[in-house]
Design a protein around this ligand. Sequence first.
Ligand SMILES: Cc1ncc(COP(=O)(O)O)c(C=O)c1O
Length: 457
Amino acid sequence: MLKTLSTYFYRTSSKLDRNLVLKRTISTTPAMSTIEKTFDLPKRYKGTKESVWTEYIQLAIDYKPLNLGQGFPDYPPPQYVMDALAKASTQSDYMLHQYTRGFGHPRLVSAIAKLYSKLIGREINEKSEVITTIGAYEALFSAIMGHTEVGDEVIIIEPFYDCYEPMVRYAGGIPRFIPLRLKNVEGRLPTSADWVLDKDELEGLFNEKTKSIIINTPNNPLGKVFTEEELTHIANLCKKWNTLCISDEVYEWIVYEPNKHIRIASLPDMWERTITIGSAGKTFSVTGWKVGWAYCPANLMRNLQMIHQNSVYTGVTPIQEAVAIGFELEMERLGSEECFFVSLPKELESKRDYMAKFLLDVGMKPTIPEGGYFMLADWTPLESKVDLSSEKDKEKDYKFTKWMTKNIGFQGIPPSAFYNESHKNLGENFVRYCFIKKDENLKQAADILQKWKLSLK
Ligand SMILES: Cc1ncc(COP(=O)(O)O)c(C=O)c1O
């Protein structure tokens, strides 16, 4: 345990802190072991590991690489979005600086209900069918905690956003995994559409213990945009087995032509069994604002409300006000060229294509994403040219990404983090890069990789 603790501190603290911690650990060893035993992580959370984000943020701080790992823009959000926050936070209306309604700031739930009523073709009640949360993360947490009995099975599609699995386990649920598999493609680059679910395998996972399925479209890290046919297959199984669908749609506006984002809640008879989750962080390019939401029928929403009420209670008032202002503006110009939801994917498409080209040039094999702002690339064509023996991790994508960070100054994320323990091998040949970055930084990435390529034998 001591070793585990010091490894943890070693990974997450500065050198100075580490020396202090080590000194304290040595001088208080006997007392610490009793304390450690008494205050150990509760058994139900055992097995939780440091997340890939915690580890790789520290790696970036330690080695200062060009960081294409983390998923956020390295440039400011649109001016009107920043102005909205400035306006919301400088108003003398005292209520904008105090607790707002627990289940969502009135102006924001009203905007969300209006927008999604239009998008899914049914009237959404702003009071009982919408909740706002601290990022999509908290919406996921409330949905999973509020709907999972101990022993319930929850189907998770791999690669998955890494918090789904621990959240299901914390709730006492049993995750059942099914991977998207890359089809054989000859003579062309794969796209995220080439990563598919085996229909029979999916059908085989559903049974009377299946409480819910978590889907993510567009998917992180692949960028897969599930087609209507794929979603209909999932929906039919949900209806057949009376299963809830938790649909993580945080990248709903980042979809490249000719693909279309389809909200599973809008498919026939799916509204009554779907919780849809969104994020202002992705919608307005403001990940640091941490505003998310969920919408679903009132009877499902009550369960989310109970978890939210007793853990978070209420979100940040001025930030919710600012997101509401943003939505109100975008609703007026929805679908037009000026609408941020239209201009953002257009702007990102050329960054996507540029990244695909420079990854290909260095010898990697990218999967072209249909949505989102991440790209998976198969790095194994370069495997014989790099000596990763200095890296001690179990999965080779961890070795590769760490080696690249330390030796080439270029950071990506290891996709095996998005698979459960028994399927990690499926992610090991890949690396995930993020392309919502300034053109000059993408150019720098291309230059670093070119230089590296020239140095390879
Ligand atoms: C698929 C997916 N779901 C949920 C989240 C969490 O979103 P938020 O930052 O709004 O909590 C992320 C963030 O990267 C994500 O990629």
